[in-house]
Ligand binder design. Structure first.
Ligand SMILES: Cc1cc2nc3c(=O)[nH]c(=O)nc-3n(C[C@H](O)[C@H](O)[C@H](O)COP(=O)(O)OP(=O)(O)OC[C@H]3O[C@@H](n4cnc5c(N)ncnc54)[C@H](O)[C@@H]3O)c2cc1C
Length: 348
């Protein structure tokens, strides 16, 4: 298949942040046979390559990218059934929320709380997306990818993906090595819709009989109220979702910082035990304590509805966002000795 490689291709509109310059080369890959061809093109040109999906976890430099952007757009889907399990093998370019919506229409359980997350099926395992008590790791049977070192097709079973909180093989030790071409999901035909997360528990009357579609409607409504939906007909912000992960610190460290926080001002959940000796702390709570809700510096600020989202309010630049992020990170480190880890991927 002939590749249609374009030059000096603008990237901002391929991201939800709407920031960034052009790529030296860009190719949209609709058939999996072209993936390694694209990689070989970059190798021949002597430039790096970077794979993108929906651009919803990505912040691109104003200078753009001096290599080849490989935009995964393959959407082939296959379905197989084994008893109560339905396997869906979806192309990496399938929109994540279209996949969720289709599963709900098909009466399949396990994915309903992940409604409204932007991006693609191929992007979902990379940071092991999660929301409202569900995460994609619990649905993934297999990830199928091209090894960019030799063009071979590799199949990773669930354990081999090394999933943990917002982490996988693909955004850690093997970052950039594999291009995911499809994901095989195992979904249940029998079950109960999940509404265990506190936002959802508060949404539904106690003991209400709820359907998968009810959970989807609730999640979309809750997301909209937080400005965390980027779908037609809903109000959202230009951002990449949560900029930071919730940090995990030792119990000793936690005891030291708890005294420094104004915990009486809010009864909101802001820390959870993580294993026997650690505590996971709400990054949003720490940031709110230092800056207040909706803190803003000119064209960049925290979303007033969801502190962890850094928002491009008015054609902000990459540098403005990075300076703002540095202010947040330096302040949290000085106050609490905590290094915030970014969830968003930076491309420069
Ligand atoms: C409004 C909003 C709300 C969000 N809410 C949530 C949420 O609730 N929970 C959550 O976990 N995330 C959330 N996100 C983050 C984001 O949607 C997810 O991380 C999503 O899975 C990214 O997918 P993508 O296709 O857009 O990936 P991109 O942003 O295009 O890429 C992200 C990373 O994945 C890699 N990648 C993408 N596709 C492939 C592929 N086929 N093969 C190999 N690597 C690939 C890229 O190289 C890059 O490193 C939100 C984002 C926004 C803007």
């Amino acid at each position: 298949m002939r590749l249609n490689v374009l030059e000096n291709y603008p990237l901002a509109d391929l991201t939800t942040f709407k920031i960034g310059g052009a790529a030296r080369f860009y190719v949209k890959v609709e058939g999996v046979g072209s993936v390694y061809e694209a990689v070989e093109f970059a190798k021949r040109q002597g430039v790096p390559f970077y794979c993108i999906g929906g651009g919803s976890n990505l912040l691109v430099s104003d200078r753009g990218y001096a290599g080849l952007i490989i935009h995964m757009a393959n959407t082939e889907t296959e379905v197989a059934t084994d008893g109560d399990i339905v396997y869906k093998i979806c192309g990496a370019g399938v929109g994540w929320d279209s996949f969720v919506s289709e599963c709900i229409n098909d009466g399949l359980f396990g994915v309903e709380c992940l409604s409204g997350i932007p991006g693609t099926v191929g992007g979902a395992p990379v940071q092991n997306i999660g929301a409202y008590g569900q995460s994609v790791e619990s649905l993934i049977y297999e990830v199928i990818a091209v090894d960019t070192s030799d063009g071979g097709i590799v199949r990773f079973n669930n354990a081999e993906c090394k999933f943990s909180y917002r982490k996988s093989l693909f955004n850690s030790e093997a970052f950039g090595r594999y291009i995911i071409i499809s994901v095989k999901f195992a979904l249940k035909r029998v079950g109960k819709p999940s509404a265990k997360y506190h936002d959802l528990e508060n949404y539904f009357p106690k003991d209400a009989a709820i359907t998968l579609q009810d959970v989807r409607t609730a999640v979309l409504k809750i997301r909209e109220n937080k400005g965390m939906l980027q779908m037609d007909g809903y109000r959202g912000y230009k951002c990449a979702g949560s900029f930071y992960k919730n940090p995990v610190i030792s119990a000793d460290h936690f005891d030291k910082i708890a005294g420094a926080l104004n915990t009486s001002a809010s009864n909101r959940n802001w820390h959870w035990p993580e294993g026997s000796a650690n505590e996971k702390v709400s990054a949003a709570y720490l940031i709110d304590n230092c800056f207040g809700k909706g803190f803003r510096k000119e064209r960049v600020g925290l979303s007033p509805n969801h502190t962890l989202a850094i928002v491009n309010y008015d054609d902000a630049t990459f540098t403005e966002v990075m300076d703002f992020a540095k202010l947040i990170e330096d302040t949290i480190y000085e106050r609490y000795g905590i290094t915030l880890e970014r969830e968003v991927q930076i491309l420069q």
